[in-house]
Design a protein around this ligand. Sequence first.
Ligand code: FMN
Length: 381
Amino acid sequence: MTSITCIDDLRQLARRRVPRAFFDYADRGSYSEQTLRANREDLQRLKLRQRVLVDVSERDLSTSIIGEPASLPFSLAPIGLCGMQHGDGEILSARAAQEAGIPFTLSTMSICSIEDVAAAVDKPFWFQLYVMRDRGFVRALVERAIAAKCSALVLTLDLQVLGQRHADVKNGMTVPPEIRIKNVIDIMTKPGWAISVLRGRRKNFGNLAGHVKGMDSVNSLAHWIAGQFDPALNWKDVEWIRSIWPSKLILKGILDVEDARLAAKSGASALVVSNHGGRQLDGAPSTISALPKIVDAVGSEIEVMFDGGIRTGQDVLRALALGARSCMIGRAYIYGLGAAGQAGVAKAIDILRQELDVTMALTGTRRVAEIDGRIVVDDAR
Ligand SMILES: Cc1cc2nc3c(=O)[nH]c(=O)nc-3n(C[C@H](O)[C@H](O)[C@H](O)COP(=O)(O)O)c2cc1C
């Protein structure tokens, strides 16, 4: 791992180790990928102010996220099918997050189930919920998250219909999944991956298999899921979830000021400025360009989190400078998982930590609470 110095190194390694269909599933975005690219480009455009002769010998990267102490100002975002990047991927990622002292979010579309992860870690994690048409199933899922002592529910709002990712269609990552000769050959050239997935405790959607009547094969479940995303999802559903979930609620997928105002009045503890990592509405603005307006409108009423395009500690600093209280890390940790399992996720977190630490020092910043618009050149706010 000594030759791995940045997230892109982990990405290159993941590309060699993970079968093409699953690597592309993680790496690519929807349609022409304009929003995917904009997330990165707009972050990189923000220049940081170099400050000198500030005593930065004592630096502290810790903070609190929705009231929970965190050793770093970021959490791991919910990612579907982690267990297909590496066997038991959700458990390994949760363990790496807990060792680093940051929150882990388990996706509804995970391979390991809520119960699997709860049994494998000591501290509470967050659970991400998709509201399916089958509200009885949703209620049962929420009850399982309560029983597993999840400390927050992350309700994802920006996937009421599915944006097409061309690479997924071309690779047969469709619903139901297609078994293609080229995929089988590809898998045969990735024995490390194949062994880890074969040894993993599950090969199916862990939160769904055995919980949806008559739907136990990957194919039947994939069909069920495709018919379950609910285009009728609306603010009344958020009220309903609020009424059945007793703990902290995080609304994920807010990109518009008007929606942010409604989110602030919903009783949620936090919102995540997110466009699903450029995987849903192609042509939507980058999250970093949307962030300042949302912070100005509701930042004093609700905790604002940020995700989309973070690949360096400098990016974390940029988002905090523009008003985010914390970030969620998506692909950056998934590349680590695909590259080297738990050690790879730990490496990704450590790379971001070190980059953030040095960048704070070079911008004359000692503590997370000190980070504000003064850190960027021509304060974009
Ligand atoms: C492979 C992959 C799967 C994802 N699955 C989910 C999911 O199940 N639920 C969800 O709310 N967001 C999901 N997301 C979106 C992430 O939570 C997050 O918003 C996004 O990855 C942030 O952008 P970044 O990858 O550029 O950091 C997924 C993203 C990726 C890359």
